[in-house]
Each structure stands twice: as structure tokens, then as C-alpha cells.
Design a protein around this ligand. Structure first.
Ligand SMILES: [Mn+2]
Length: 479
């Protein structure tokens, strides 16, 4: 781990190459990110120390000359740098809807969803759409954001209805559809990382579009997508509907090539469970959709795809069987390579955790800044802070034996050491990341008993905040 990654300098490192045309704005951003990461769950005015700093923070988020893309670009550069030491990385794409429905006075928000109501004409939720491409190592360590767009979905429920109508209309060019965001982000992700590192983009069923696989081929950026649509595959030509097979029949009739076990994270009140899955894999030919508008003017190519189909044979009672059908343009030459793709798809879950940190941990939906533009700048900064909290949490698990100086300043680990070892005589070799992360989590309420496993993000960021207070006191006393 490079020195510049160290604790107190993290904001300088992540935002160091931001260019707003005014150096003072960059310095402001670094200060702001530092403050917000010290008490990430607090409202801006509590995170900042004093009125002057709070005012400066609001001024920053209000500043129309600051583009969210510029806030992000320096972090993206750092993410790409972290990615460059890996042969292959994963870029998980997903959308999160940030809800500000109760913030009636906030201007510029969009309609996130709407449905007919019983008493009023329509029930709508208001807020912003956040679409992110989130980089992970193949071991699941979060490296940062490679692309992000935050925007109001549509002005009102009428416009939203129009937009939704286009979704499945094969006569509408993909550019005019909402789902175009997946393709754009695939391009941006590829652009952000150099050619030395292979990026595998991973998406859920929303990205199950012929155009998405096609673009992956065109720009040489492999994808791994869960698909759900039924379609005819392996056709001789796209006019002949009589040839070929139906996808689901095709995969279900493949011989079972082995079984694997995967952990299904706890959700909707259901506990974590381990599922045993039957695995099948095969190559196939993905034909362009019938009647597609582009057939009129061009020849749309057939795409060579590899598929992995896993299904849970005996799920526990009242649980739905896990069933994933994955498409990828990556080679699959044997069982192990097929299993690897399933494991990668399991890691997609990490972006959901990232969204959860933003919403339930950092409370971004509570922020009142009065307008969508300001919220977008704020959400961009908070996304980077959420990534960092997530990264710290998992670093303790993936590289537990690194010296803690990869994460902490000298005085920070010394504070921890004194507190937990009750001595001011420091060891010659610095403690490991794992030890210090457990100490930080203990400050945040983690009990560190034998059966407690590894600390989670919540106790970690609570502890992180306390460590900041403690080291401030320590610096005052020893400085
Ligand atoms: Mn999704």
C-alpha cells in the first residue's frame, strides 16, 4: 500500500487532482470530505466544526461552477490506479433511487416512481436516480467508483409514463430509452481503466439487452449479466423463427456438470443461508431481437455467448429456489471457470451494501440542501466516503496482515494501542490492519468476543468517529 493512502491524507489523495479552475475550491473539497468522513452519519452542520466551516460547506454544494463529474474524476483516477495492480477487476453496475419525497420544498427533484392511488390520482415518490459503476477486486475488495451519474428521473408522472412505455418498444432506438444508462456506463468504465487491466462489468437482469452484449464486444469490454428474458437462440438466421431453441429449455436440458455451494446474504428478515446449486454451462449464439428497428438499415450481428445456469435443487421450505442464468462473452473452458463466474456474480451484492451504507449509514436521504443540483454534489462526495468506509471494513478481512500504517497516521494507531493495551510503550513493528480495525470497531460498540466474527461497517464508522475525537485530544496533549 502506498504511503499517500494513509489515513489523514486520504481526502488529499482522492481529490488531489480535482480541477475546478480555482485552487481554493479543491482545498475546500478536501477539508469537507475530511470532515464528513469523520462523522459520516451526521448532518452537514454537525459534521463541520463551527459556523464558518458549515457555511463554507453549504457554499461549496451551492456553487454552480462545480461539476459533479469533476468532484468524481480525481477519485476515478485513483480507483483506476488501484485497479492497475490487478490483472482482472470487476465493475458492478447498478441503480439506486434516492428518496426525497418528504422534502416538499426541494426544487429540481424528479419522479422516481408513480402508481395510481386510491384517493388521490397518483402516488409518486420524488428524488434522484443514482447509477454507479463500482470497482471490486475479484476477491471482492471495493476499489472505488469508476463511473456515476446522478439525475432526476422525470419531471412528472406523465413524462415518467411516456418513458416507461418506450422501455419494451423495439421500434424505439436504445439511445432514447432509460436503459441506455447501462451502455453509457459500460463505455465510461472502459475509458476510466487502461488496457492492461481487464474489467468485467457485472449487472443484474435490468441490463439484459442485446445492445449491451453487443457494445461489450464492440469496445472489447467483457460483461457478465444475469438474464431473464425468454428468447429464441441458436437460430440460423434472424428471419427464421422455426430454427434454434428457446433459451430456458436449452439450459434446463443441459446435463448437470457439478454442484457448488454459495452463501445467500440475509435479507427481508430472512437469515443468511448456504444454498447448494446444480451448475450447467454451455456456449450459445445470441441472435439480435426480431423486428428490431435497426434491421431496416443494417445487419445486426449474432453474438457468441457463454452461459452458466445454476439452480437450487432443494431450497428450504418457504424459500424460493435460487435460479441464475448468466450470460458472458468471457471464455468458459471448464467447470472451474464456470464456477468463477458464479462467484463473481455473487460479488454483485457488494454494490447493494454500498447503497445501504449511503442510505442507512450516512443518512443521505435526510440531507436538506434545497435543490437537486446541490444534492447531486453532496451525494457525489458522500458516495466516495461510503466507498472508503466499505473499503476499510473489508481491507481488515482481505489484507489483515498489512501494517496498519496503510490506513492510519502514526498518532492514530498509537492512541488505539495505548487505549487497548494500556501502555505507552509502543511495539517496534506496527500493529496489523486486522488488530487496529478490531480496536476501531470496539470503540464503536463491537464486542470482539470469540464468536463475533469480523466487525461490520456500522460499528466501524462509529468507532472511526470516536478515534478522530481521541486522536484530536491526543494531538492537543502531545502536540
Ligand atoms: Mn438493480
Amino acid at each position: 500500500m502506498e504511503n499517500e493512502q494513509r489515513g489523514g491524507h486520504w481526502a488529499k489523495c482522492e481529490f488531489g487532482s480535482a480541477d475546478f479552475g480555482d485552487k481554493r475550491l479543491k482545498i475546500r473539497l478536501i477539508k469537507l470530505a475530511d470532515r464528513l468522513s469523520e462523522s459520516p452519519e451526521s448532518p452537514i452542520n454537525q459534521a463541520c466544526s463551527g459556523w464558518a466551516e458549515t457555511k463554507a460547506a453549504y457554499r461549496f454544494f451551492r456553487n454552480e461552477s462545480i461539476l459533479p463529474s469533476e468532484i468524481l474524476s480525481s477519485h476515478v483516477e485513483q480507483t483506476a490506479k488501484r485497479a492497475s495492480t490487478h490483472k482482472t477487476i470487476l465493475a458492478v453496475q447498478d441503480t439506486s433511487y434516492i428518496n426525497y419525497t418528504s422534502h416538499k420544498k426541494t426544487i429540481g427533484l424528479g419522479v422516481n416512481s408513480s402508481r395510481p392511488g386510491a384517493k388521490v390520482r397518483t402516488l409518486s415518490t420524488h428524488g434522484l436516480v443514482m447509477h454507479t459503476s463500482f470497482a471490486l477486486t475479484t476477491q471482492g475488495l471495493p476499489l472505488g467508483i469508476l463511473d456515476q451519474k446522478i439525475y432526476p428521473r422525470k419531471k412528472d408522472s406523465v413524462e415518467l409514463k411516456e418513458l416507461k412505455k418506450k422501455t419494451h418498444d423495439i421500434g424505439v432506438p436504445i439511445k432514447e430509452k432509460e436503459s441506455f444508462r447501462w451502455l453509457e456506463s459500460l463505455r465510461e468504465t472502459k475509458k476510466a481503466v487502461g488496457d492492461e487491466t481487464q474489467i468485467v462489468t457485472i449487472c443484474d437482469r435490468e441490463a439484459d439487452m442485446y445492445e449491451f452484449f453487443e457494445l461489450g464486444y464492440l469496445i472489447g469490454s467483457p460483461v457478465l449479466v444475469r438474464v431473464s428474458k425468454e428468447r429464441r437462440i441458436n437460430k440460423v438466421s434472424h428471419h427464421s423463427e422455426k430454427t434454434g431453441q428457446m433459451l430456458w429449455n436449452f439450459v434446463q436440458e443441459l446435463p448437470c456438470q457439478g454442484t457448488i455451494q454459495v452463501e445467500i446474504p440475509a435479507r427481508d428478515g430472512k437469515p443468511l443461508r448456504v444454498a447448494t446449486l446444480e451448475l450447467r454451462y454451455s456456449g450459445l449464439m445470441l441472435n439480435p431481437p426480431r423486428n428490431h428497428i435497426r434491421h431496416k438499415s443494417e445487419r445486426m450481428p449474432d453474438l457468441k455467448i457463454n452461459t452458466v445456469y445454476v439452480v437450487e435443487k432443494s431450497p428450504p421450505p418457504e424459500e424460493e429456489a435460487l435460479e441464475w442464468l448468466l450470460f458472458t462473452d468471457l471464455q468458459i473452458n471448464n467447470f472451474d471457470e464456470a464456477v468463477e463466474k458464479v462467484w463473481w456474480y455473487c460479488l454483485r451484492w457488494r454494490i447493494e451494501v454500498f447503497h445501504k451504507i449511503l442510505k442507512s449509514g450516512l443518512n443521505v436521504e435526510q440531507c436538506r440542501l434545497g435543490s437537486a443540483d446541490r444534492l447531486i454534489r453532496y451525494l457525489t462526495v458522500m458516495s466516495i466516503i461510503a466507498w472508503r468506509i466499505f473499503w476499510i471494513t473489508l481491507l481488515g478481512r482481505s489484507d489483515p496482515n498489512l501494517p496498519c500504517t496503510a490506513l492510519l497516521e502514526d498518532h492514530e494507531w498509537k492512541v488505539l494501542y495505548s487505549k487497548f493495551r494500556q501502555t505507552k510503550r509502543y511495539p517496534k513493528t506496527t500493529p496489523t490492519i486486522r488488530d487496529t480495525i478490531r480496536w476501531i470497531a470496539q470503540l464503536g460498540g463491537f464486542l470482539a468476543r470469540k464468536g463475533d466474527g469480523e466487525p461490520g461497517t456500522i460499528s466501524l464508522w462509529r468507532g472511526w468517529k470516536r478515534l478522530c475525537d481521541l486522536s484530536e485530544g491526543w494531538s492537543l496533549a502531545n502536540g
